[in-house]
Design a protein around this ligand. Structure first.
Ligand code: NAP
Length: 248
C-alpha cells in the first residue's frame, strides 16, 4: 500500500471535470483532499458535494495564474497542515478555436494558454515544493495531454494528425512544455522521495471538449489518481496513460 494513503493531496482546477473526479477518487481511497479552484463559491459547492458523501475534502481558493493567490494558498496549507503529500497540477484551459491553421491562432491565446497551462504549473509547484519536501512520499502529477506528444503529432497514422487536432498549437505546445518541465523537475528531485510524472487522462467528456470524448470523467481521472498513489518503488519522470508509456 502506498505510504501516503492517509496523507494530504491538493488538486488544482478541482471544482469540475477531471479535477473534481480526481479529488473524489483520492478521497474515496482515504486521502484527505484540498479541492482547489479559483472561484470561492465553486470550490465550496464542489467540496460540499463530496463531503455530503462522507469524504474528507476541504475547499481551497487557488488561481494558478495569480502569484498572490498561490502564495496565500501555500501559506494556508502550511499553517493548517505543515506539509503536503500529493500535488495534482490539473487546472488547464483550451481556448483556441478548432478549424484555424496553426499560424492563425492569435498571440493573446498563446500567452493566456501558457500562463495557465505551463507557468501556472511551474509557479504552483515551486510554491508547494517546500511542503512536499516535508512528506515522506511526495508525489507530483502534471496533467498533460496526448496533444503534448511530439511523436504522436508527427505520426501520420495518429489521430492527432488531423486538421482538428492541428488547430490547437498553443494548447499542444503548452503540454509539450509541461512534459519537459516534468523531466527537468524529476531530474532535480532524483534521490529524494518526491516523484514527478506527467499523465494523459484520455480524451474525456468534460466542459473542455464541450462534452465530446471517448471516456467518461471517472475513467478520465484514473491515470492521475494511479500516479498520485504510486508506491515508493514507482517511477519518476514518466509520461503515461492508463499504465502505458506515451511517447514524448
Ligand atoms: P475542464 O472541465 O474545462 O476543467 C478545467 C478546470 O481547470 C476547471 O476547474 C477550471 O476552473 C480550472 N482552471 C482553469 N483556469 C484556472 C486557473 N487560472 N486557476 C485555477 N483553476 C483553473 O477541463 P478537464 O477536461 O477536466 O481538464 C482537466 C485537465 O486535463 C486539463 O489540464 C486538461 O488540459 C487535461 N486534459 C483533458 C483532456 C480531455 O479530454 N478532457 C484530455 C487531455 C488532457 P473554472 O471552473 O474556474 O474555469
Amino acid at each position: 500500500m502506498p505510504d501516503h494513503l492517509s496523507g494530504l493531496a491538493l488538486v488544482t482546477g478541482a471544482n469540475r471535470g477531471i479535477g473534481f473526479e480526481t479529488a473524489r477518487q483520492l478521497a474515496s481511497a482515504g486521502v484527505q483532499v484540498l479541492l482547489a479552484g479559483r472561484d470561492r463559491e465553486a470550490v465550496t459547492a464542489a467540496a460540499d458535494e463530496l463531503r455530503a458523501d462522507g469524504l474528507a475534502v476541504d475547499p481551497l481558493v487557488l488561481d494558478v495564474t495569480d502569484p498572490e493567490s498561490i502564495r496565500a494558498a501555500a501559506s494556508e496549507v502550511d499553517g493548517n497542515h505543515g506539509r503536503l503529500d500529493i500535488l495534482v497540477n490539473n487546472a488547464g484551459i483550451r481556448i483556441e478555436e478548432y478549424g484555424k491553421q496553426p499560424s492563425e491562432q492569435p498571440m493573446r491565446q498563446w500567452r493566456e494558454t501558457f500562463d495557465t497551462n505551463l507557468f501556472g504549473v511551474v509557479e504552483v509547484t515551486t510554491a508547494f515544493l517546500p511542503l512536499l519536501g516535508r512528506s515522506t512520499a511526495g508525489r507530483i502529477v502534471n496533467v498533460s495531454s496526448l496533444l503534448g506528444s511530439l511523436a504522436t503529432h508527427s505520426d501520420p497514422k495518429s489521430y492527432a494528425h488531423s486538421p482538428m487536432f492541428k488547430s490547437l498549437p498553443a494548447y499542444s505546445a503548452s503540454k509539450s512544455a509541461v512534459n519537459s518541465w516534468t523531466v527537468h523537475l524529476a531530474y532535480e528531485l532524483r534521490g529524494t522521495p518526491i516523484k514527478v510524472n506527467a499523465v494523459h487522462p484520455g480524451y474525456t467528456r468534460t466542459g473542455m471538449n464541450d462534452g465530446a470524448g471517448d471516456l467518461d470523467v471517472a475513467d478520465g481521472a484514473r491515470t492521475s489518481v494511479a500516479m498520485a498513489l504510486l508506491g515508493s518503488d514507482g517511477p519518476t519522470g514518466t509520461y503515461t496513460h492508463s499504465g502505458a508509456t506515451v511517447p514524448w
